[in-house]
Design a protein around this ligand. Structure first.
Ligand SMILES: [Zn+2]
Length: 263
């Protein structure tokens, strides 16, 4: 495979058979997940990389949809598709680190049941805001997974994606590896700054038409651990007079998670 190293990843993906990221089944031998719309960040050769059986197991298994109030001190609900379990961590890892961008199609389906029960999902002035990656990390990865997810959610549920409201000014490393909430808060201090889109959004709000509600911001992340990163962004928007309706993610991992039935 020496020749293989010089081939672009996209060409290799065309040559190699698409496999299920969980069970390893080859596409064409079993029922397969369907592709969704090819939106920002997705390419025509991307595939779902998941068989229909593995997606069905995740949708109907014990890690089904839940909704929690974040334990990290802010009152914005965290809407998650799954308990964070080994399968979800494996899929998100392949999505982010192996460049299997098309996994966003089946992954976004994990959120369908729980989003359908959210009272705010029907409003038409939703703004989906993907958590920003630091520029260096995005260049290394080639894409921001939260942008891919936000695009699919906006396509399915309406609203607009704004990935230009906030920028990550410095790389904050992996929050999950830090031990205490204090360390995580310190790590995030001044990590975010205003993006070029925030001024035009503020102008839109200030010129708001009578009787029209201000836009509702929904933060989008892949996995939430302590919620410190999302909490920092909620403060960022609140300090600019913008409120965050919810944090939507694929999974939550927290010892203090609490279900909030009836939200
Ligand atoms: Zn499978």
């Amino acid at each position: 495979m020496i020749w293989g190293r010089s081939l672009p990843a996209s060409l290799l993906e065309l040559v190699l058979p698409e496999r299920c990221s969980l069970c390893g089944a080859v596409k064409g031998t079993v029922s397969w997940c369907s592709k969704g719309p090819t939106l920002q960040g997705l390419r025509h050769w991307d595939g779902p990389h998941l068989c229909a059986g593995c997606l069905s197991n995740m949708l109907h298994g014990p890690g089904g949809a839940r909704e929690w109030v974040s334990p990290c001190g802010f009152s914005v609900p965290v809407v998650a598709g799954q308990w964070t379990n080994a399968q979800l961590v494996e899929l998100v890892g392949q999505w982010k680190y192996k460049g299997l961008r098309g996994l966003v199609w089946p992954l976004s389906q994990l959120l369908q049941p729980v989003l359908a029960s959210c009272h705010w999902i029907e409003v038409d002035n939703k703004i989906w805001v993907p958590l920003p990656l630091h520029g260096r990390r995005q260049r290394e990865r080639g894409f921001n997974q939260a942008v891919l997810l936000a695009g699919q959610l906006a396509w399915a549920w309406g609203g607009r994606v704004h990935d230009d409201l906030v920028v990550r000014r410095r790389s904050t490393g992996q929050q999950a590896k830090l031990e205490s909430d204090g360390e995580r808060a310190e790590n995030l201090r001044d990590a975010f700054g205003p993006g070029k889109g925030i001024q035009s959004l503020n102008l839109q709000i200030n010129a708001n038409l009578p009787g029209k509600d201000p836009p509702r911001i929904i933060l989008v992340d892949d996995l939430v651990t302590s919620g410190a990163t999302a909490g920092s962004l909620i403060q960022f928007f609140q300090s600019r007079g913008l409120s965050v309706e919810a944090v939507v993610c694929l999974g939550v991992a927290s010892a203090e998670r609490r279900e909030t039935p009836g939200y």
